[in-house]
Write a protein that binds this ligand. Structure first.
Ligand SMILES: [Fe+2]
Ligand SMILES: [Fe+2]
Length: 174
């Protein structure tokens, strides 16, 4: 069986910066699932497609909210206080968000059109798109993990973090 169950549990939304980090680990698990399921698309297509669609549901819900947390709650509160190099860093993160969203849309569009069971060329295209998405998204996460928490910790006040936590809860209907 192709494992689609999450393994990690993160801190609560009362610790917004730590929550971003925990969400990265959950995203990485789904990226692993997309690659692993791709290796079984021809031999165990039903099982592989179930795993792929489960990962898509995660990206469509948690993944979208995670990017909104960064773009709508974190970035605007930080922008006035960034050093020049940090401003470029956040602009790069924004560009990477757009690039991952574009590749993700291509991947989901391809899966929606695939035959069942998928043909060899379906599988090849899936593998190419999933590899490109995984590579870009993993690098994006490495970039964020390396610099973003320290910049956010320095700039954001306790009141900012409380407000961000409230917005993150609101986004999740909590
Ligand atoms: Fe991000
Ligand atoms: Fe992130």
């Amino acid at each position: 069986m192709i494992n689609i169950q999450p393994k990690t549990h993160g801190p609560t939304l009362d610790s917004p910066i730590e929550h971003l980090n925990a969400c990265h680990r959950r995203i990485e698990e789904r990226l692993d699932t997309l690659e692993r399921a791709g290796r079984h698309l021809q031999t165990r297509s039903d099982e592989a497609l179930t795993a792929i669609r489960s990962a898509f549901r995660f990206f469509d819900s948690n993944g979208v909210k995670h990017t909104a947390d960064e773009e709508e709650s974190f970035f605007p509160r930080m922008s006035a206080h960034l050093a020049p190099g940090e401003r470029q860093f956040l602009e790069n993160l924004h560009t990477e968000h757009e690039q991952t969203e574009g590749l993700y849309a291509e991947l989901t569009g391809h899966v929606a059109k695939m035959a069942n069971p998928p043909t060899a060329s379906d599988v090849q295209r899936y593998t190419e798109l999933a590899a490109a998405l995984c590579s870009l998204y993993r690098q994006h996460i490495r970039n964020e993990d390396a610099r973003f928490p320290a910049i956010a910790q320095r700039i954001l006040t306790t009141d900012d973090l409380t407000a961000i936590g409230q917005e993150m809860k609101h986004r999740r209907g909590i």
